[in-house]
Ligand binder design. Structure first.
Ligand code: TMP
Length: 273
């Protein structure tokens, strides 16, 4: 089923990512992020006003149990305290239609979902979410922190389920689906650790450890997801930052703040340690 050697991304590639995860040199000239945030002293205030008009779109990705949701909330608190307008949202389920789709995709027992049907449901969720939530917020100057986005479709439906990556990319070529994040934070974690965390979380909630369509998948599936994410990150170093998601919540929070401080200078100023 895996037709692009998706499972063949091996330790050496992961190692390369792990050793370069704090390298922020990827913010190249001309990226939307950099051009929108020149130091105030060097910029004509009128230019700065127009450059900052649009909000920043930051997405968070990672395998099950990588801690995205907690980290997004912590980051949002910190940014709001610094005066930034922030919307937290997620896929699937960021819009009223999306919440219905999320139940179908992850909650209800609807039997085995065909991989193509699954793909199209995630894409339907995204189109509605972009149109109804993300684009209006960005246009109003609000920064959007989004728990999963198109890279999740590439990693889960593409690399892990084996759907052609080019087909997925083709579906995202026209508005509203052609929106790209200004920055994508990949919370990287050993899949065995992540799966264990996700299953324990289910138990804490009184659910079966394997509750949820993806918690039931074998470790190999999650390894393909992780390797897929690392492959995507390697292909787009300007957009991605890889965050080591092992360690305490506070230490991961500090890593994220450090890797976002070029976009949000307040993260540098308020002494995250
Ligand atoms: P989460 O919101 O708890 O991360 O769960 C969302 C699940 O949906 C997660 O297992 C990953 C999966 N997913 C896909 O398979 N494809 C997608 O495009 C998205 C957004 C999520």
């Amino acid at each position: 089923m895996l037709d692009r050697g998706a499972a063949g991304i091996v330790g050496s590639r992961i190692q390369r990512h792990m050793t370069s995860r704090n390298d922020t040199s990827g913010t190249g000239p001309g990226t939307p992020a950099e051009s929108a945030f020149q130091p105030a002293s060097q910029v004509d205030p009128r230019v700065m006003t127009s450059a900052r008009r649009r909000g920043l779109f930051v997405t968070f990705e990672g395998i099950e149990g990588s801690g995205k949701t907690t980290q997004i909330e912590r980051l949002a608190d910190r940014l709001r305290q610094a005066g930034e307008a922030i919307v937290i949202t997620r896929e699937p389920g960021g819009s009223p239609l999306g919440r219905r789709l999320r139940t179908l995709l992850l909650g209800e027992d609807v039997g085995r979902i065909d991989p193509q049907a699954e793909l199209l449901l995630y894409v339907a969720d995204r189109a509605q979410h972009l149109r109804e939530v993300v684009e209006p917020a960005l246009a109003a100057g609000t920064n959007v922190l989004c728990d999963r986005f198109v890279d999740a479709t590439l990693a889960y439906q593409g690399y892990a389920r084996g759907i052609d990556l080019e087909l997925i990319r083709m579906l995202h070529r026209s508005p509203p689906l052609d929106r790209r994040p200004d920055r994508t934070m990949l919370l990287d974690l050993d899949p065995a650790v992540g799966l264990d965390r996700a299953r324990r979380r289910n138990e804490d909630l009184g659910l079966a450890p394997t509750e949820g369509r993806f918690e039931r998948e074998a470790l190999e599936f999650h390894t393909r997801v992780r390797d897929g994410y690392l492959d995507l990150a390697e292909a787009e170093p300007f957009r991605f930052r890889i965050v080591d998601a092992e360690g305490s919540t506070e230490s991961v929070e500090a890593r994220i703040a450090d890797l976002l401080s070029d976009l949000f200078p307040a993260l540098d100023e308020d002494g995250v340690s």
